[in-house]
Ligand binder design. Structure first.
Ligand code: RIB
Length: 306
C-alpha cells in the first residue's frame, strides 16, 4: 500500500464551551478548559491512519510539553513522525476553540512552530513510497507549494484542503488534483457568495482550473458538491446527532486520502470520506472524534440499510 504523506500543522487545542460566542467587549465565564490534540495537518494524518492508511507526517513542534505530548499522540495513532522536527526557536502551535451551545465554533490559531515548516523539511521524503499528498494552509504557502510541486513531479496524487481561508494564491490551487474547501473557503476563494447548493456549484465551477481537477465543496449538514470532468453533482450528508463540528473536514480529507492511497476508486473513497466526516461531528474535540475504519464501515452499512 502506498503511503499518505501529510505536510501540515500540529496544534494543541484548548476548547472553551460557552452558551454563545462572545460579543465585542464581553467577558464570559466558561467551564474547565478541555485540552486535546489538534491541528489540521495532524488531524488529517490521524484520520488517515485510523482509516487503515500508512501515514507519514512532515511538520514542526516546539521544544515544550505540548510538543512532546502531541508527538506522543501521533505515535499512538500510528503516524510516522520521523520527519516531524523539534524547533528550538518557536513554541508548539496552540488553537483556541470557542464552542458555543448550538454548535457554532470559532477557532484562533497561534501558529508558532507551524510557520517554520520549510521546504528543506521535505528533503528526506521518499516520494516513491507516497501515493497521496495531503496539504492544508496552516504552514507557509511556500512550503505547501514546494510539497505540491515535488509530489506532482513524482506522480503523486495531490489533495489540497485550502483551510483556513487565507487567500491562497491561484497557482497553488491549480497544482491540486483534488481541492476540498468548505463553504466559507470556497466562497472566499471564488469571490462568490454561497447560500445554497446551486451557488456552491457555481463557486466550485469557478475554482476548477483544469479538466483533471476535482473540486469538492464541503457543506456540513448539507453534504457536499463535487465538480469534475463529468459535471457537478450534490451528495447529501449522512444524518447524525451533532456534538461538535471541529475536525469534521479533517476526518473527511484524511479518509479520502487513505482510501485513495489504498487503491480505492474515487467514488468509493468519497463514500468513506462522507461517513468519516459524519462520525467526527458526534464526538467532542478534534483528534478524539476521528473515527476508525470499522466505525465508518458500520455507519455505511446502517446508511445503506436505511
Ligand atoms: O480543523 C480543526 C483544527 O483547526 C483544530 O484542531 C485546530 O487546531 C485548527 O487547526
Amino acid at each position: 500500500m502506498h503511503h499518505v504523506l501529510v505536510v501540515g500543522s500540529i496544534n494543541m487545542d484548548q476548547i472553551f464551551r460557552l452558551d454563545h460566542l462572545p460579543r465585542p467587549g464581553e467577558t464570559m465565564l466558561a467551564g474547565d478548559v478541555i485540552t486535546v490534540p489538534g491541528g489540521k495537518g495532524a488531524n488529517q494524518a490521524v484520520a488517515a491512519a485510523r482509516m487503515g492508511g500508512r501515514v507519514q507526517m512532515v511538520g514542526r513542534l516546539g521544544a515544550d510539553p505540548f510538543g512532546r505530548s502531541l508527538r506522543a499522540a501521533l505515535i499512538e495513532a500510528d503516524v510516522n513522525v520521523a520527519h516531524v522536527r523539534e524547533d528550538e526557536t518557536a513554541a508548539t502551535g496552540v488553537a483556541l476553540i470557542l464552542l458555543a451551545e448550538g454548535r457554532d465554533n470559532s477557532i484562533i490559531v497561534a501558529s508558532g512552530a507551524n510557520m517554520r515548516v520549510a521546504s528543506a523539511d521535505l528533503d528526506a521524503v521518499d516520494w516513491a513510497a507516497v501515493g497521496v499528498l495531503l496539504v492544508q494552509l496552516e504552514i507557509p504557502f511556500a512550503t505547501v507549494g514546494e510539497a505540491m510541486r515535488r509530489a506532482r513531479a513524482a506522480g503523486v496524487t495531490v489533495i489540497l484542503d485550502p483551510a483556513p481561508s487565507r487567500g491562497c494564491p491561484a497557482d497553488l490551487l491549480a497544482l491540486a488534483d483534488i481541492l476540498t474547501p468548505n463553504e466559507t473557503e470556497a466562497s472566499d476563494l471564488a469571490g462568490l457568495p454561497i447560500n445554497d447548493i446551486a451557488s456552491a456549484m457555481a463557486a466550485a465551477r469557478r475554482l476548477r482550473s483544469s479538466d483533471r481537477q476535482r473540486v469538492i465543496v464541503k457543506l456540513g449538514g448539507q453534504g457536499l458538491v463535487l465538480c469534475d470532468a463529468d459535471g457537478c453533482r450534490h451528495l447529501p450528508a449522512i444524518p447524525v446527532p451533532v456534538v461538535d463540528t471541529t475536525a469534521a473536514g479533517d476526518a473527511f480529507c484524511g479518509a479520502l486520502a487513505a482510501r485513495l492511497a489504498a487503491g480505492a476508486a474515487f467514488d468509493d473513497a468519497l463514500r468513506y470520506a462522507i461517513a468519516a466526516g459524519a462520525l467526527a461531528v458526534t464526538v467532542l474535540g478534534a483528534q478524539p472524534s476521528l473515527p476508525t475504519l470499522a466505525a465508518v464501515e458500520a455507519l455505511l452499512r446502517r446508511a445503506a440499510a436505511g
